[in-house]
Design a protein around this ligand. Structure first.
Ligand SMILES: NC(=O)c1ccc[n+]([C@@H]2O[C@H](COP(=O)([O-])OP(=O)(O)OC[C@H]3O[C@@H](n4cnc5c(N)ncnc54)[C@H](OP(=O)(O)O)[C@@H]3O)[C@@H](O)[C@H]2O)c1
Length: 250
């Protein structure tokens, strides 16, 4: 029987989630967890990641499932618990943008973003905590955004979803602390992934000028902090929101 921790990462096929999967499988070259990662559409990236991280000592599950669906989240968590033998770590990372000024934003743009970015966090957290409470151990990290802290024109749906994630994180941290389950959030600034690829080089250059550390972030910059929050070094940290933004929102 493996002594690795058992982790679930939603939205693990690409971008930040993909870097988190790699970090959780092996932290500084030391095997850390078996990982089930969830994705919605990108079969090819998921297959490629699975091939990349699989080893004889690690179990990797790649599951296609819509994180916005309550029923699918519940059945996915049950499948993971059955196949990995439990769940110790949950990373709520799945997210989308549907940007527009409010005058032009449709009801669907609003609902899709809230359901994928916020309701998914409820869905997965609710499905894992019964297992974590029973074993009196759990580490939950939610990926919010600096936009949830400071807002952004054209992203009212996204900002509302990410501010919601912060409120949910703090309430869960208080609700679950006595069961040795910590719940924290990280708030990335601008990170180079498909989500920010729509920005032109000129926009990226202007953004970098606003960031004290002078560059956009990399998925690994976020993944390392998430790995830390799941490690024994962070056992006494709960209810926190850590900005990973090169100093942009200080
Ligand atoms: N990039 C940034 O600058 C930035 C900044 C702050 C916060 N964030 C947050 O960080 C998280 C990851 O962002 P990213 O930049 O890595 O985005 P990304 O490159 O677009 O990747 C998003 C991931 O989420 C998955 N996903 C989307 N909808 C899903 C659903 N309904 N069910 C399951 N999986 C779903 C995608 O899988 P499929 O393609 O298969 O659907 C993909 O694996 C998001 O929560 C985002 O809001 C990003």
């Amino acid at each position: 029987m493996s002594t690795n921790k058992k982790a679930i990462v939603t939205g693990g096929s690409r971008g930040i989630g993909r870097a988190i999967v790699k970090e959780l499988v092996s932290r500084s070259g030391v095997l850390f967890s078996d990982v089930a990662f969830i994705y919605n559409r990108s079969d090819e990236s998921a297959e490629e990641l699975k091939r990349e991280v699989q080893s004889p000592q690690t179990k990797i599950l790649s599951i296609k499932s819509d994180a916005a669906s309550f029923e699918q989240a519940e059945s996915t968590v049950n499948k993971v618990v059955e196949e990995l033998g439990g769940v110790d770590i949950l990373i709520n990372n799945a997210g989308i943008t549907r940007d527009n000024l409010l005058l032009r934003m449709t009801e669907k743009d609003f609902d899709d973003v809230i359901n994928t970015n916020l309701k998914s966090v409820f869905n997965y957290t609710k499905a894992v905590i019964k297992h974590m409470i029973k074993q009196r151990y759990g580490r939950i990290v939610n990926i919010t955004s600096v936009v949830g802290l400071i807002g952004n024109p054209g992203q009212s749906n996204y900002a509302a979803s990410k501010a919601g994630v912060i409120g949910f994180t703090k309430s869960m941290a208080r609700e679950l602390a006595s069961r040795n389950i910590t719940v924290n959030a990280v708030a990335p600034g601008y990170i180079e992934t498909d989500m920010t690829n729509k920005l032109s080089d000129d926009q990226k250059k202007k953004l970098a000028e606003m960031i004290p550390l002078g560059r956009l972030g990399k998925p690994e910059d976020v993944a390392k902090v998430v790995g830390f929050l799941c490690s024994p070094e962070a056992d006494y940290i709960t209810g926190q929101v850590i900005a990973i933004d090169g100093g942009m929102t200080m």
